[in-house]
Design a protein around this ligand. Structure first.
Ligand code: ASP
Ligand code: MG
Length: 405
């Protein structure tokens, strides 16, 4: 007998028919002799719709009330799923996050789980019940309901799996696993049998939106084995787990694209200590997430500094730059809102050489110009024109022979 935590995302529980499908799957799992805890998201686009509704009555709704509102989406799901299971003759009970013992801090709309007291969940499992927990929510020290940030049900599931010491945390979604790249760009992209936490984190942060990044960090920290799989088909998914030596045999696990970046270049900056610090202090004070940074070779005491920011932050970057130029004595600033970051990811890079060279060569052969480069132990990223992003993904997927047969 294993203890499984199964999480079903919004698209997997979008309507009554989907709910019945999930109920059958959960019931079957229990009948195979397992204990099952189910975490569900709000049905379909419920969360988006609730946000839109709030904005109709208040352009800036309070975070506390927002949580009160958004947490209802998941509450609908747990009750409906419990009813669906009852209709199949299964014994099941639904719980809100607070009822399941999930305590958070008081950072409304982006709360962190502080502790879980899973006694009630455990008792119900012991009584032979399927326990259904509302994802994405918990209770603050002041007994207010709080939500965990968009996509937070993944984190609920992983956290419950960690405290209950579940054998696996299965994330059911509308794709059937993690792919070598986006199959909409490269139809021959291959589903991965397994991927290391660190690789998944890189892919997730690069827009492979199968899992909330925080949930992967959590899984890594507590050694929770994740499986990403389809709620519509009964095929094995992708296992996300601790890296093992064998994983290094594969040099590049996947190619990811982040098409939502913009580039800022500050021209003719005095090349002296403290200037870069001044620039990025200003940027971070404006709560802008800088990604790739490049400082050019200095010429006659001046240099250019370029960096990328999420496209949504470009406006705020422009505001932040306004006062700065004079302050640091720079000549001007240019913006390119149309860039993309393409990355190759793989733990095998730690032990193999010549990867960057192969990457740059493949791009050059296809006349794709590289604007900026950044590397980590398990990743090489390039910033290029956004119009060439899909091409670059195809070229790299091919160059590293990632396709299935
Ligand atoms: N319903 C929430 C959202 O849409 C949480 C989740 O789906 O994980 O972000
Ligand atoms: Mg989701």
């Amino acid at each position: 007998m294993a203890l499984l935590v199964q999480k079903y995302g919004g698209s997997s529980v979008a309507d009554a028919e989907c709910m019945m499908r999930v109920a059958r799957r959960v019931h079957k799992t229990q009948q195979e002799g397992h204990e099952v805890v189910v975490v569900v998201s709000a049905m379909g686009k419920t969360t988006d719709n609730l946000i839109a509704l709030a904005k109709q009555v208040n352009a800036r709704p309070s975070d506390r009330e927002m949580d009160m509102l958004l947490s209802t989406g998941e509450q609908i799901s747990v009750a409906i799923l419990a009813m669906a299971l009852h209709s199949l003759g299964a014994d099941a009970v639904s719980m809100t996050g607070p009822q399941a013992g999930i305590a958070t801090d008081d950072a409304h709309t982006k709360a962190k789980i502080m502790a879980i007291t899973p006694d009630r969940v455990r008792e119900n499992l012991d009584a032979g019940r399927i326990v259904i927990v509302a994802g994405f929510q918990g209770i603050t020290p002041a007994f207010d309901i709080a939500t965990l940030g968009r996509g937070g049900s993944d984190t609920t599931a992983v956290a419950l799996a960690a405290v209950l010491k579940a054998d696996v945390c299965q994330i059911f979604t509308d794709v059937d696993g993690v792919y070598t790249t986006d199959p909409r760009i490269v139809p021959t992209a291959r589903k991965l049998d397994e991927i290391a936490y660190d690789e998944m984190l890189e892919m997730a942060s690069l827009g492979a939106k199968v899992l909330q990044s925080r949930s992967v960090e959590f899984a890594k920290k507590y050694g929770v084995v994740l499986e990403v799989l389809s709620s519509f088909e009964e095929t094995p998914g992708t296992i996300v787990r601790e890296e093992v030596k064998k994983m290094e045999d594969v040099v590049v696990r996947g190619v990811a694209a982040d098409k939502g970046q913009a580039k800022v270049t500050i021209q003719h900056v005095p090349d002296k200590p403290g200037v870069a610090a001044q620039v990025f202090r200003k940027i971070s004070a404006a709560r802008i997430n800088v990604d790739v940074i490049v400082q050019n070779v200095s010429e006659q005491g001046y240099t250019d500094i370029s960096f990328t920011v999420p496209q949504d932050d470009l406006q705020r970057s422009e505001t932040a730059m306004a006062g700065l130029l004079e302050e640091i004595g720079a000549k001007g600033v240019t913006y390119d809102p149309e860039v993309a970051k393409i990355s190759i990811v793989g733990v095998g890079m730690r032990t193999h050489t010549g990867i960057a060279e192969r990457m740059f060569g493949a791009l050059a052969d296809n006349s794709i110009n590289i604007d900026m480069i950044s590397t980590s132990e398990i990743k090489v990223s390039v910033v290029i024109k956004r119009s060439q992003a899909d091409d670059a993904v195809r070229v790299l997927h091919e160059a590293f022979e990632l396709s299935g047969e």
